[in-house]
Structures are given as C-alpha cells and as structure tokens.
Design a protein around this ligand. Structure first.
Ligand SMILES: Nc1ncnc2c1ncn2[C@@H]1O[C@H](COP(=O)(O)OP(=O)(O)OP(=O)(O)O)[C@@H](O)[C@H]1O
Ligand SMILES: [Mg+2]
Length: 288
C-alpha cells in the first residue's frame, strides 16, 4: 500500500493549481433505459481522448459495469470498507486506461454509515478526486436517498430517458425532485434508443418545455443516441459498443456527443465551481 498522505503532498507540490475532478452523476427515473451502457461508453470515449476518467459504479447491489466490460474485478468498493483498504486498492483498469470501481454487494448497508465510515470514505474520495479530470457515477434507477446525495453533490447530472412515455414521465419526476432540492445544479438530458433523430428531438423539446414552464429551469440537451442493435450485440459480447464497433450508429453518435460536450467552452466542463466532497459531506451530515 502506498502512503496516501505522502502521495497527496507530492501531488500538491507537483501541481500548484491542483483541481478536483468534475463529477457527473448518470441517473434515470425508469430502469433499463441505458444508463450503464451510456456511462461506460461516455467514460471510455473521454479516456480515449486522453482525459483521466474514473467510472464509479454506484448501482448498489446491481452494479454491472464490470460485466459490460467482460472483466472480473478483484476488489469492489465494499472491500475498501470491509478490509480498510485505500481507495486506489479497489480501482481497476479498463480499456484506454479507464479507471473503474465496481459496486459489489452490500454497499447499501455500508452507506447507512456510522460517522467514522463516512469520514474515511470522504477522505478517500477527496484524495482520489485530485487525480482525475472526470469522475462519473453510474447510478441505479429512481430515488434512492444515497443516490440522490451523490447526484445533489455532483457538478452535473445527466438524466437518461428512452423515447417511451413511461420513461419520459419518470425522467421528469427525477428532474423535479432534483430541482426542488438543488436548483442550481446543471441538468443534462440524454435521449437513448431514438428510432430517428426527429423522435429524439421531439422528446428533448417536450421535456425542455415542461421543465421551463413548471420548474423555470433550463434543461440542457446532451444528445440523442439511436436505437441500435449493435448496442445489444456489444452487451452480449461483453465489450463496450464503442470498442466493439466504432462505425456503428450508436458509436458515431456517442463520439459526436462527447465532442460537443468537450467543445462547449461556455460551460467550461473541466473547471468545477464547488468541492464535490465538501458538498457531499454537508448533505450526508444534514440527512443524518
Ligand atoms: N442505444 C441502444 N440501442 C439498443 N439497445 C439498447 C440501447 N441502449 C441500451 N440498450 C439495451 O438496454 C439494455 C439495458 O441497458 P443498461 O444496462 O445500460 O440500462 P440501465 O439504465 O443501466 O439499467 P438499470 O436501471 O438496470 O441500471 C441493454 O442491455 C441493451 O440491451
Ligand atoms: Mg445500470
């Protein structure tokens, strides 16, 4: 095990303008809408562009990022608590040097944390957040109080919906829930499994209109991913679709989404405006 305190001092000495990673929570109302596939391939696409990315599977009990990559993690975040490990000891490496942390089972109970556990977890997060450009949390569907803590503390939330009315209605419910608690958080919409671009754009417009009208907020379009059999094929192959077939419609759309996300200089996506860890601590402490 490395001496974390020593390593942290080295990092700070080496980089004067050390900054925290940008944290992104990927969530949805309805389950099975494509969050994990999107989070994984978005993270991989960023890594391919040379960004330092950590994908953190926070789908308690149902985490499956490792399955989607066809990798078997030696350790999960649960081991960090149970074996008092440092966070870097549970970080696994995927393609393009993507770092990821597997969820493991029993995470839910650990998050009913006693304050010592919480302090330890936050310390580890603070340490790791200085070593990445992006930390992406793949969440479970719907409202789980611990998920919501992470979403509310994150710098940005990506809401994923398909074009089905049930999924759209549930996406709106999540948007409403988040806006009511944290009106300043930038929310982005990803429409997945669109049959064509018109269908995708219609959903974006509809949700933007209701969010503007009833919540008086801006919902930013992240992009539209097509319904593509290549995604299903890639899941069966246990290879991220971006790697399995980079010429597929889904891969091409994803690359466009990543390019326009990174090009969006106005939003300055890599300069966080608050400390994720400090905010997470505040939220966890308040909810106790
Ligand atoms: N763009 C797409 N085109 C075709 N099929 C897709 C697409 N995106 C997702 N799917 C299908 O939907 C399934 C579920 O995707 P995924 O596991 O990413 O959803 P999820 O939102 O993470 O689910 P959960 O809520 O259970 O965590 C995939 O296994 C795949 O079969
Ligand atoms: Mg998932």
């Amino acid at each position: 095990m490395t001496d974390q305190a020593q390593r942290l001092r080295e990092i700070i000495n080496a980089k004067k303008n050390i900054k925290e990673a940008k944290t992104i929570a990927v969530l949805s109302g309805k389950g099975g809408v494509g969050k994990s596939n999107f989070a994984l391939n978005f993270a991989l696409g960023l890594s391919k562009k040379g960004k330092r990315v950590l994908l953190f599977d926070l789908d308690f009990g149902m985490g499956n990022i490792d399955v989607l990559m066809g990798l078997a993690p030696k350790k999960t975040i649960v081991h960090m608590f149970k074996e008092s490990l440092f966070i870097e000891d549970v970080i696994e490496k995927g393609p393009y040097s993507l770092s990821y942390i597997a969820a493991g089972s029993g995470l839910s109970e650990i998050f009913e944390m006693e304050s010592g556990h919480l302090e330890y977890f936050l310390k580890q997060l603070r340490y790791i957040s200085m070593q990445y450009d992006f930390i992406i949390f793949d969440m479970g569907a719907g409202f789980n109080s611990q998920h919501i803590h992470f979403a509310l503390a994150a710098h940005e939330c990506f809401i994923v919906t398909t074009t089905e009315p049930t999924s759209v209605t549930d996406a709106y419910a999540v948007l409403k829930h988040i806006y009511y608690q944290q009106s300043k958080i930038p929310l982005f919409l990803l429409v997945n499994r669109a049959m064509n671009s018109k269908e995708g754009k219609d959903i974006v417009n509809r949700l933007q209109t209701v969010v503007q009208k009833f919540l008086h907020q801006e919902l930013k379009p992240l992009g539209i991913l097509p319904d593509d059999r290549e995604v299903i094929h890639a899941v069966k192959e246990q290879t991220p679709f971006l790697l399995n077939n980079e010429k597929s419609n889904a891969s091409k759309s994803l690359v466009q989404i990543i390019d326009s996300y990174l090009d969006d200089k106005d939003k300055n996506h890599e300069v966080p405006n608050h400390s994720f860890v400090t905010k997470l601590k505040m939220i966890f402490t308040r909810e106790r």
